[in-house]
Design a protein around this ligand. Structure first.
Ligand code: F7E
Length: 366
């Protein structure tokens, strides 16, 4: 049997890296789209792939940009994928308020470029498309949210993702494209960027333990999210693509907690009990034993509009696809903090090792 071919946009991100690993293990030939910049060949850009044991020769990377429809069309024509996973996006909801136009370009027009390419190349029968839709599309709709919940996005990111969601459904019904929307609730891992709140917290806690940071500054502590593990979610993406007919599925753990509770759980991992004092922007997270302030609120991190409560109901994916998440919030957190503690211990040891060398060097540079 010939190898299946997958084309992943966003291959260097958290989900892209886990999906590439998953597909390589299944024997796929994996192509990935990477935007050119001076980091393309650097260890930094391929860091996530490398951490999962994927070397440059294991996959085929192509320079490109989702906003360049001609480039996308020619790459799809050249690589002839059986499966296209559109994971590339400007994915930070807070930043989307600062850069709404590029969010629409990347997160919406990029999806359109892929759909149009498949249509123009008459690949509807051979190339399936997975679209990374998001629970942010539910926005202010009350929980629990499932495939039938009305959408009410609260950010340019949510609006752009919703437009893509509808493009997939439209091309599915109008042109027979096999396009699926995976409506994924928050999913984290040790590969998560540290601009996202879970990683910021686990890394911050590990840095405080290592004596490399004094406090953790956060925005809205009351936001409630359904946090799962990215590894469970990429498996779900593949399962959607292998269902008989294209459809839309929610992936979620069905459990949620607030940012404040996530902070408490994270500090508990290093043996610290946090108690909360004050309210609003004056609220502080204090070490019960020492009285030291370890968490404070920074209003600069508040968003112009907030999604308060996301809690997914993934019954459809569980019943139709047989998908089950293996990780719940405490297990995701443990996986992340274990990695952060190890990395920061190494970083600290290296710093201490380098200090005498730098000290010796300083008279020369003076
Ligand atoms: O924020 C609050 C923040 O940036 C979670 C993306 O993958 O999931 C993610 O979007 C909550 C929000 O993720 C800080 O206000 C408090 O309420 O980790 P986040 P997100 O916005 O939920 C969805 C499903 C996606 O599709 C997105 O691509 O935490 N929060 N303090 C903070 N958030 C951040 N980033 N930093 C803080 O200091």
């Amino acid at each position: 049997m010939s190898k299946k071919t997958a084309f992943i946009t966003g291959i260097t991100g958290q989900d892209g890296a886990y999906l590439a690993r998953f597909l390589l293990d299944k024997g796929y030939r994996v192509h990935g789209l990477v935007r050119w910049d001076s980091y393309v060949d650097s260890a930094e850009n391929l860091m996530r792939l490398k951490s999962l044991g994927i070397e440059k020769d294991d996959i085929i990377l192509h320079y490109g940009d989702l906003t360049d429809a001609q480039n996308i069309t020619s790459l799809i024509a050249k690589t002839k994928p059986d499966e296209i996973y559109n994971l590339a996006a400007l994915s930070h909801v807070g930043v989307s308020f600062e850069t709404p136009a590029s969010v629409m370009d990347i997160n919406t027009k990029g999806t359109l470029a892929i759909l149009e390419a498949v249509k123009l190349l008459e690949m509807q029968k051979t190339a399936k498309i997975y679209q990374a839709s998001s629970s942010e599309m539910f926005g202010s709709s009350p929980p629990p949210q499932n495939e039938n919940t009305p959408f009410a996005p609260c950010s340019p990111y949510g609006v752009a993702k919703l437009a893509s969601y509808w493009l997939i459904k439209t091309y599915r019904s109008a042109y027979g494209v096999f396009g699926v929307n995976g409506i994924l609730f928050n999913h984290e891992s040790p590969l998560r960027g540290d601009d996202f709140v879970t990683r910021k917290i686990t890394r911050g806690v590990a840095a405080i333990e290592a004596g490399m940071q004094d406090t953790l500054k956060l925005g809205n502590l009351d936001a409630r999210r359904d946090w799962g593990h990215a590894m469970d979610y990429v498996r779900g993406m593949w399962m959607m693509m292998h269902h008989d007919s294209p459809d839309d599925f929610v992936l979620a753990t069905g459990q949620s907690c607030t940012v404040r509770e996530f902070v408490e759980l994270a500090f508990r991992e290093i043996g610290i009990t946090i108690i909360w004092k004050g309210a609003g922007i004056k609220e502080k997270g204090v070490d019960r034993e020492t009285g030291k302030v370890l968490v404070s609120v920074d209003p600069a991190l508040f968003r112009p509009k907030e999604v308060h409560y996301l809690l997914g109901n993934s019954t459809k994916a569980r019943e139709v696809l047989g998908w089950r998440p293996q990780y719940t919030i405490p297990l995701v957190l443990k996986d992340m903090i274990k990695t952060d503690r190890t990395e920061l211990r190494i970083e600290k040891a290296l710093e201490e090792y380098n200090e005498p060398i730098l000290a010796k060097k300083s008279p020369i540079s003076a």
